[in-house]
Write a protein that binds this ligand. Structure first.
Ligand SMILES: [Zn+2]
Ligand SMILES: [Zn+2]
Length: 360
């Protein structure tokens, strides 16, 4: 089944947030039905993350400033129209989007690690994203399973977080976090708080959050057993005390800070795993690498970026158990597409945690 006009509205245009020559505007675009193999989604909501802010400030190597681009890679929507031969997808199905579309042929893509493909594009980064009423999903993304079903019972403010949560889930999974292990999360922005909620759902204990000033208190609401202020001296000692002198089994560095990376290694227990989850600016890096900690305590330092289909599926499964319900509290602003620039300003000024643009 397919349809050529947007249902529920009698116009043949739809609204989209466009980035063109570095300028953002909300424009009306003509609606086109899907070509063979394609799917058109009616977007329910899309949330913003720091990557979107970075694109607005500095652009992105995969976005040609000469061409109008629709941002937005954290997306929940409903299948509006299905092109011929688009497989099993049905109109009306609610889905989240796996954003990174790899080349499909390299060794990493063949292993399902499209998050690591060097020749990728992503929805909102090279492919039109979800900051629009409708989003076209190209046939290669449809056939490779980039639309992942999610039940109607998951609230929009949680469903929209499937992608960021899946990145945090991957971070913990690759760090081999086990139940009853101690987890330290450095950084209490949206990704740090989502990592805490997931750590709790996976049975980590104790969970210790390290943040800056007022924000560190927030972490308790997301499941942290202890929250420490990195601006106060003695926070490292508090971690050794609460872990009875053994250190942390897993340390997730969600803050973009080489000092935080350095601190993280020092806090790791014997056999501990330290995940550099946040990238650093090009002009920053880790100096005086504390290599003896790795040697004498058999500590592993690793990094993760993005997520895979199985991470998103596992996050949806955890959402359905109800154990991730508090994650939706990272969505502190809900706005319409036309308020996109206010949402950007709110995030830029760190006024709240995460903005969701509700489209429906
Ligand atoms: Zn993101
Ligand atoms: Zn590839």
């Amino acid at each position: 089944m397919s349809s050529d006009t947007p249902q529920g509205c009698n116009r043949r245009n739809y609204q989209a947030v466009l980035l063109h020559h570095g300028q953002v505007s909300v424009v009306s675009r003509p609606f086109r039905g899907p070509n063979p193999g394609e799917v058109v989604l009616r977007v329910e909501a899309a949330s913003l993350c720091s990557t979107d802010l970075k694109i607005l400030k500095k652009g992105h190597r995969l976005i040609n400033p000469e061409e109008a681009a629709v941002l937005g890679h954290e997306i929940v929507g409903r299948v509006h129209a299905v092109g011929e031969n688009a497989g099993q997808i049905t109109v009306g199905e609610r889905v989240v989007v796996m954003p990174n579309v790899g080349c499909g042929t390299c060794e990493l893509c063949r292993k399902g690690l499209e998050n690591l493909c060097s020749d990728y594009r992503a929805f909102g980064i090279g492919l039109d994203g979800g900051l629009a009423e409708f989003m076209r999903v190209p046939s290669e993304a449809v056939s490779r399973g980039h639309l992942i079903a999610i039940s109607d019972t998951i609230p929009t403010q949680l469903a929209v977080l499937a992608e960021p949560l899946s990145c945090c889930y991957r971070g913990l999974r690759v760090s081999r976090l086990k139940a009853a292990e101690s987890l330290v999360v450095i950084g209490t922005g949206a990704m740090g708080l989502l990592t805490i909620t997931l750590g709790k759902a996976l049975g980590a204990a104790p969970i210790i959050a390290v943040g800056h000033g007022g924000r560190s208190g927030l972490a308790a609401q997301f499941g942290a057993d202890l929250t420490l202020d990195a601006l106060e001296s003695g926070w490292q000692k508090a971690i050794w005390d609460v872990t009875h002198g053994t250190g942390a089994d897993v340390v997730m560095v969600t803050a973009s800070s080489s000092k935080a990376q350095h601190d993280a290694i020092a806090l790791a227990a014997a056999l501990g795993r330290v995940n550099f989850f946040a990238g650093l600016p090009d002009d920053d890096g880790l100096h005086d690498f504390p290599s003896n900690v790795l040697h004498y305590r058999q500590v592993s330092v690793l990094g993760t970026t993005g997520s895979t289909r199985s991470d998103i599926e596992e996050v949806i499964r955890l959402m359905e158990t109800g154990r991730l319900a508090t994650a939706s509290n990272v969505v502190t602003h809900v706005m319409g597409l036309r308020e996109f620039m206010s949402a950007v300003t709110a995030m830029d000024q760190r006024n709240g945690l995460k903005c969701m643009l509700s489209v429906d």
